[in-house]
Structures are given as C-alpha cells and as structure tokens.
Write a protein that binds this ligand. Structure first.
Ligand code: OGA
Ligand code: MN
Length: 201
C-alpha cells in the first residue's frame, strides 16, 4: 500500500478521482508563490489548442495563460511536486497496469472572467496523454468566486473547487470537462501522464 493506492483503484474503477492534500500546505504555497511571481513578471503565454503545427490561440475556446515547467531544471518550489508525481506514476502503473513513462506540466492562470469551454485533453493526432492531473494552488478559495472544474462523468456533473492542495485526476481521453469563469485570479498546475505511442512506420 502506498498513499496513492486507493486513489489509483478509484481511478481504475470510475475513471476519475480527487486527492486532497496532494502536497503539504507549505509545498503548495511555494508553488503558488512561484506561479504568482511568474505571472507578475510577465512569463506566461496565451494558451492555445492543438499541438505542433496545429497549435492555435482560440480565445473563444480558452483564454487562460500558461507557463510550461522544465522537469530537467526544477526550481526549489517544484522539487517536491516532481517527487510526488513520480510516486503517483509508479502507483498508477502498478495498479492500472499502465506504461506511463513521462509527464508534462504547466502552470495556468485564469484572470477574472477567463474560462475553458467543454473539451477533452486528448489531441486528435496523438494518444500519448492518458491521465490528466490538476493541482489547485489558491489558498482560501471561496465557493462564491466560481472557477470550478466541471467534470462530465457518466451520471452527472462533478464540480471541483480550485482550492489549494486539491488534486483531480481523470482519464484524458474520455472525460469532457470545462473551467467555469471565476471572479478572482485562479492558479493551478496541470499536467499529463503520458505513454510512448506507437509510431506509424
Ligand atoms: C486544461 C484543463 C482544468 C483546470 O488545462 O486542459 O482542463 O481546472 N484545466 O484548470
Ligand atoms: Mn482540460
């Protein structure tokens, strides 16, 4: 048993799960400060959709801003995050018989009013992304601020509040989801567990 065994089995059974206290509150706060500092110093770019030559900024679909992390050069604030992601990846491989072998992640900022319309996280030309993961960073998020992640599960919608330390995991290929507009700056760290895809030869 590891601390992620029950989350991994829930993910296997229902395709999504929520982990509270994914990191210590100090570790989440360090990420929050870093995300905020990068925002204050203009380091984010407008998020787009699609990948490679297909990449386009579509502010009618999403109008958040992102900053990609570099796993090779983690900052002090990121070290613990990458360690825990590694533990989670091992547990997902073990429990779900997956072959996840890499992870890509970016900070995202949604200014007041920003949104991301209903979508899935799988690109049409790539099946590498298997599991989506979002860790929320805002301390003291109030339900009246909005900004929920709305996950369209089989039976109903599940609304996840973007509160510091909450991490939501779901299958990238099948779950439609959207980010509802908020009245406050909303900070998160989103990433995808990937497998190597079979190339056409
Ligand atoms: C995404 C996304 C969810 C969130 O970046 O693809 O759906 O709650 N993010 O920030
Ligand atoms: Mn998404």
């Amino acid at each position: 048993m590891s601390r992620f065994t029950s989350a991994a089995s829930e993910l296997a059974e229902q395709g999504w799960t929520i982990i509270n206290d994914f990191l210590s509150s100090q570790a989440v706060f360090a990420l929050f400060n870093e995300a905020q500092q990068l925002w204050d110093t203009g380091h984010y770019k407008n998020a787009g959709i699609g990948r490679g030559s297909e990449y386009t900024v579509r502010e009618d679909v999403r109008n958040d801003h992102i900053f990609w992390l570099n796993e090779q050069t983690p900052t002090d604030a990121q070290v613990r995050y990458w360690e825990v992601i590694e533990q989670l990846q091992l547990e997902l491989n073990r429990e779900l018989f997956l072959s996840l072998d890499s992870f890509e992640a970016h900070y995202a900022v949604y200014p007041p009013g920003a949104f991301y319309l209903k979508h899935t996280d799988r690109f049409t030309d790539s099946d590498e992304r298997l599991i989506s993961s979002t860790l929320y960073l805002n301390p003291d998020w109030d339900i009246k601020y909005g900004g929920q992640l709305r996950l369209y599960t089989a039976e109903e919608c599940v609304d996840v509040l973007p509160m510091a330390g909450t991490c939501v995991l779901f299958r990238s290929d099948i779950f439609f989801h959207e980010v509802r507009p908020a009245t406050q700056l909303r900070f998160s760290l989103t990433g995808w567990f990937r497998r190597r895809s079979l190339r056409v030869i």
